[in-house]
Ligand binder design. Structure first.
Ligand SMILES: O=C(O)COP(=O)(O)O
Ligand SMILES: [Mg+2]
Length: 231
């Protein structure tokens, strides 16, 4: 049992979680989907190690990067049918291989017990985010879910992070972002809240080099990191 006192229920801080590469290991399903779409359009499949460096800005940008890796120039018009295929295929295979990372579910429960509100702030569009959370039975943990298309601009804009805190009914002071990539760190900075990075996510450079306030290698270590940040 934690000895940390419960927080005031009136104005709780919010732990705002990124989704892909932070809460869930979605890489395998993203790789399969991207390559199904690219190959159907007559292009080469991309190696999983390369796809890992392309995730974090939403499916449309992933597809754009997949085309660019094939040396294919794209326009909004040429991208549209491929993006439609991506959405349809990925929706039908959203949790074939995707699972919460080790320790996630227990950690979410402990944070709730400690009086935090919890939110998701991902650059995945809502159409994909909501079914993925539901398929993994994660939805009920969260007071708010913000996708890449919920507000005008996605992360690294501050608005989705601040919107997640607001929709979760919490206050900005004491809230913390937990993410795996530069978009999360920059969004947290823009929102004026600290950021804990996980080092097992999807990023082309080591996340430690991006200057997060704390780095964890397992969700069992998140509460200690939050305690160190005095939130
Ligand atoms: O690139 C995506 O699909 C979304 O990524 P995120 O959950 O890490 O923001
Ligand atoms: Mg991520």
């Amino acid at each position: 049992m934690s000895s940390t006192p419960l927080r005031s229920a009136a104005t709780p801080p919010v732990i705002v979680f990124d989704l892909d590469g932070t809460l869930v290991s979605s890489m395998d399903d993203l790789v399969v989907t991207l390559n199904v779409v690219l190959e159907a359009a007559g292009h080469e499949a991309i190696a999983p190690e390369s796809v890992r460096t392309m995730v974090g800005h939403g499916a449309k940008v992933l597809l754009q990067r997949g085309l660019e890796a094939n040396g294919v120039a794209w326009t909004e018009d040429s991208l549209a049918p491929l993006y439609a295929h991506f959405l349809t295929y990925y929706e039908a295979h959203i949790a074939d291989h995707t699972r919460p990372f080790s320790g996630v579910v227990d950690c979410l429960a402990r944070l709730r017990d400690r009086g935090f509100r919890l939110a998701v702030c991902t650059n995945k569009v809502e159409r994909l985010t909501l079914p993925l959370l539901a398929a993994l039975d994660l939805t009920w943990h969260f007071d708010a879910v913000v996708g890449g298309d919920t507000f005008e601009r996605p992360k690294p804009d501050a608005r989705p992070v601040l919107g997640a805190i607001e929709r979760a009914g919490g206050m900005v002071t004491g809230s913390v972002m937990v993410g795996d990539s530069v978009t999360d760190i920059d969004a947290a900075r823009a929102a004026g809240i600290p950021v804990v990075a996980v080092d097992f996510g999807y990023t082309p450079v080591p996340v430690r080099d991006l200057g997060p306030d704390r780095v964890i290698s397992h969700f069992d270590d998140l509460e200690a990191a939050l305690d160190e940040l005095s939130v």
